[in-house]
Design a protein around this ligand. Structure first.
Ligand SMILES: Cc1cc2nc3c(=O)[nH]c(=O)nc-3n(C[C@H](O)[C@H](O)[C@H](O)COP(=O)(O)OP(=O)(O)OC[C@H]3O[C@@H](n4cnc5c(N)ncnc54)[C@H](O)[C@@H]3O)c2cc1C
Length: 350
């Protein structure tokens, strides 16, 4: 497409890619944003049932504590440089009106995720950031100190590439694992992907009649028991849907299970009406998960820059990495913060 390599090609126009493009514009980094789908921000539009809980009003230290290990150690530099207040400030400065919930979660005041995506659309338009949509990158090859992004029928040269292609959940939104394939093709380790923040299948006999169809917004909790010992507990929503049990409390338990991989465990559900114990429940599939646990190995990426340790000029941000957080705005915050750090590193690189 061009004989002169662009300074930065951002692959993926989701949360991380859009924040990266906005940061690049702010930092004066010449970039092009490349998106597989016809439109950017498809997954962001469906977040929090279309309302987009884009961060939580917390200090960086508290956010890192809630993320837990190994994510906290890896994301420390990124989150400290781009804490929730900076994310909210950046969106507010671009004209987004923000609503704070009692528990600190931040949403657009309109209750519409589209307003957040529009903010990024406006930044791209005003900054004349080139956007190549409907253009899946098929392969990524090092070429003479730069990278060749291969599309069907043409290619693009870039001095630096930021891979922001997302995880594997809700593949209809465009996150189909291409970034993992790029990483593998370049010799980088990719941790096995599994569902995080997901519901569990109902037992074959179904739910007890007193619970079937019930949704508990308050007074409920879920806990993970391993060998009879409670290892994790979370208060919050629990919903007994026909096929599965869902809700924030259950989702956060599933994240603990995905990270710790106990051989056997029980999920204990407490509601104001009583309790229920599920032994070794099976999770809903990865394509239905809110987040992917697994992805490009954290050992392959320098947490101070988001640059691949072995491959100069190659950066990763967002869910393509083996990072994930609990429900409540943590996952978008991670995508934004890692993207900002990657672009900052490109801006500082010679
Ligand atoms: C139902 C649901 C609700 C959620 N709610 C929340 C919430 O309220 N708060 C929160 O913090 N998190 C939420 N999340 C999680 C959050 O949306 C993700 O963690 C976040 O979007 C990850 O950002 P990302 O940029 O890494 O990936 P994505 O947003 O998935 O973006 C990746 C982009 O890369 C593009 N792409 C992929 N391959 C290629 C290729 N080869 N070439 C070009 N482009 C490519 C894709 O089309 C996609 O647009 C939710 C997720 C789901 C599924």
């Amino acid at each position: 497409m061009t004989a002169t390599p662009v300074q930065l090609a951002i692959v993926g126009g989701g949360a991380a890619g859009l924040f990266a493009a906005a940061t690049a514009r702010h930092r004066g980094v010449e970039c092009i944003l490349v998106e597989r789908k016809a439109r950017v921000g498809t997954k962001m539009l469906m977040t929090a049932n279309g309302r987009c809980n884009f961060t939580k009003d917390l200090s960086a230290a508290r956010m890192l504590q809630d993320l837990g290990e190994p994510v906290a150690s890896f994301a420390r530099t990124a989150v400290e440089a781009c804490p929730p207040a900076a994310i909210a400030g950046a969106l507010r400065d671009c004209g987004l009106r923000i609503r704070r919930m009692e528990d600190g979660r931040l949403f657009p005041a309109s209750g519409k995720a589209a307003d957040v995506v529009h903010v990024f659309g406006d930044i791209l338009r005003d900054g004349e950031v080139p956007l190549l949509a409907n253009a899946p990158v098929a392969a990524l090859r090092p070429e003479g100190g730069a990278f060749s992004l291969e599309f069907r029928g043409f290619s693009l040269l870039a001095r630096n590439v930021l891979v922001a292609t997302g995880g594997l959940s809700f593949p209809k939104t465009g996150s189909v694992g291409d970034g993992h394939a790029f990483a593998r093709s370049l010799g980088l380790r990719v941790e096995p992907c599994r569902p995080g923040l997901v519901g569990y299948n109902a037992p074959p006999c179904g739910w007890p009649p007193r619970l079937a169809g019930c949704r508990f917004e308050t007074g409920a909790s879920a806990a993970v028991l391993v060998e009879g010992r409670e290892c994790f507990r979370c208060g919050g929503e629990v919903e007994f849907e026909p096929r599965c049990v869902s809700g924030a409390a259950v989702y956060n338990c599933s994240r603990w299970v995905a990270r710790h991989a106990p051989r056997s465990f029980s999920l204990c559900l407490s509601t104001p009406d009583g309790g229920l114990r599920l032994d070794d429940p099976s999770p809903r599939p990865l394509k239905e998960a809110i987040v992917t646990v697994g992805g490009v190995s954290l050992s392959e990426v320098d947490p101070a820059t988001m640059r691949a340790r072995k491959i100069p000029g190659l950066y990763f941000a967002g869910e393509v990495l083996d990072i994930d957080g609990p429900t409540g705005g943590y996952n978008l915050s991670l995508a934004f913060a890692t993207a900002a750090l990657a672009v900052d590193s490109v801006a500082r690189s010679p």
